[in-house]
Ligand binder design. Sequence first.
Ligand SMILES: Nc1nc2c(ncn2[C@@H]2O[C@H](COP(=O)(O)OP(=O)(O)OP(=O)(O)O)[C@@H](O)[C@H]2O)c(=O)[nH]1
Ligand SMILES: [Mg+2]
Length: 330
Amino acid sequence: MLLEIEDNETRGKLPIYKVGDRISGPSEEKAVETRRSAPKIAIVIPTLNEHKAVGNVLDGVKNVMDGYEYRMLVVDGHSVDGTDDIAREKGAEVIYQRGKGYGEALKTGFFHARKWLDAGVIVMIDADLSYDPKDIPELLAPILKDEADLVVGNRFAGMQKGAMPFVNRIGNKLLSLFAKVTLRLNIYDTQSGIRAFKSKLLDSMNLVARGMPFAIEMLTEALSSDARIHETPVSYRPRVGKTKLSPIKDGGRILGITLRLMFDTQPLLFFGSIGIVLGMVGLFLHAVTLPTVVYQYLFMIGAIQFFTLGLVIAMIKRLGRSRTRKSWKS
Ligand SMILES: Nc1nc2c(ncn2[C@@H]2O[C@H](COP(=O)(O)OP(=O)(O)OP(=O)(O)O)[C@@H](O)[C@H]2O)c(=O)[nH]1
Ligand SMILES: [Mg+2]
């Protein structure tokens, strides 16, 4: 991420990102000074018009994080309901996201947490009170014990009645199943928004999704980096305030990104699947047409070519990846 920011002394110790800003840091001296007094855990909270819930979320975080070295970082999407002012009053640092969307907000927050807060661990949680901050220590424990690099909260384990509409529940399950088949992601709740991870992991993740598909991209990138991913049960309650999720539009985008990620991370499976389909069409045509007709062989040749293409891309990607994997772990 190439980011630039404007330092704003009047708003407190840390810089505030404004609409249209490209984000980068203040002077290197200031960054060093900030790092010296920096906490180890950053709680990153994306907000978009969440004035009804954000205060309670931040109070909950403060209660549960007592004893940890932490900072609360609210990444606001230019809310118009005073969410940012409430967050500041509650003691959070508020920055304004670059661009638009949930994914962009988290990227802005992660970058800031890593570079200016020197956070070794980042926790992300929504600002709508659907997740309970009380679950944060459970997410942190495996990371602080160095048993995991990324921990995801599984909402299906502690879902309260009415917390997730039926359509979303089915959609989320199907998306996770699809991700299991296409991306080898063995996670029940791939769309969960409560997670903790080692910030070093960001070095090896190529995060480009702007909106809700960010959730699946982050997991796929972590898996490709050989991160140890754990899942832990969390509670999930009906949200306070208006949803920002559009089940059909966002569901479609998540599906699209899943296919793009499959192409990126599982080329053999991606091209091999196309090869299998072509091969089956070829065999079918072979069975039902006259032996003098030859176009079925074109399908067979296409199938072999797709397989070979998948194999070659997989080998090239494997070489590149083993280098990145080593670098973030060292
Ligand atoms: N900064 C920023 N935050 C966002 C944006 N979109 C959503 N959020 C926040 O991200 C979190 C998740 O959004 P939600 O609307 O709760 O989406 P969801 O959890 O998938 O769906 P529901 O909880 O069922 O409504 C909330 O805290 C939102 O305020 C955005 O574009 N920018
Ligand atoms: Mg929510």
